[in-house]
Design a protein around this ligand. Sequence first.
Ligand SMILES: NC(=O)c1ccc[n+]([C@@H]2O[C@H](COP(=O)([O-])OP(=O)(O)OC[C@H]3O[C@@H](n4cnc5c(N)ncnc54)[C@H](O)[C@@H]3O)[C@@H](O)[C@H]2O)c1
Length: 257
Amino acid sequence: MDRVKNKVAIVTGGASGLGKSSAILLAREGAKIVVTDIDEENGNEVVQHIRNSGGEAIYIEQDVSKENQWEMVIETTLKKFGKLHVVANAAGIGLGGTVEEVSLEDWKNLLDINLNGTFLGTQYGIKGMKETGEGGSIINFSSIEGLIGDPNLPAYNASKGGVTIFTKSAALHCAKQGYKIRVNSIHPAYIWTPMVENFLKAQGDVEEGKKQLESLHPVGHLGEPDDIGYGVVYLASDESKFMTGSELVIDGGYTAQ
Ligand SMILES: NC(=O)c1ccc[n+]([C@@H]2O[C@H](COP(=O)([O-])OP(=O)(O)OC[C@H]3O[C@@H](n4cnc5c(N)ncnc54)[C@H](O)[C@@H]3O)[C@@H](O)[C@H]2O)c1
């Protein structure tokens, strides 16, 4: 119940899917949570759920790609809870289409959220954690798509590949500076969340698409959000204190093939 007791954690994209699960499980393990998202209604619902379960949480409206909003989120977090120990950069979007089909505008928009948003979350997270002076853990959401290619996900591949190696750069810097701030990436395979469901809807037949995705995982099924949330709790907690610049792959065997 207290694996992250009294730590203060910002979870971006906390209104839905993997961010939501991460926020709820971190709260259950004793952390105070700042849920941020562009989806106010669902973000507030997650906060209410945490409060109803006896936890502490606030919601802040934030577009992760906007630098001034990161300044505001760190300021508000420090004002409300006095400290910052964890940033989980879970906000993200998907986009299908081959390299021949994707428009430059859509490519840039995706990179702005998935890659630039994670860069800003890491940069401002370090700032807030340095002010706190108690070290910390930054968890960047990459994907199996940040490790291997997919012919139908060029922009997503580029963003998540960027997150994977950027995470190592930031981790090395923090280690060399002696900040006691760890930076790691987490790499889910397909997890059943609104992102995946909407992606399949856009492609056509959801049931058929789901079956096809399931068949790509050696375990024969998709993951659940909590499969990733538990990984986030591990990375956020001091149990992972020797882990930095590394990759936590949770993928039902997807990349073992
Ligand atoms: N679901 C999967 O199979 C899977 C696999 C690997 C990696 N991921 C990654 O995990 C993260 C969470 O994905 P999910 O499946 O939970 O998706 P989701 O769509 O369920 O949740 C993503 C959340 O991010 C928010 N968001 C989108 N753009 C934003 C912005 N500009 N600023 C702030 N918030 C924004 C959305 O409102 C939503 O609440 C993403 O980074 C995704 O790329 C997901």
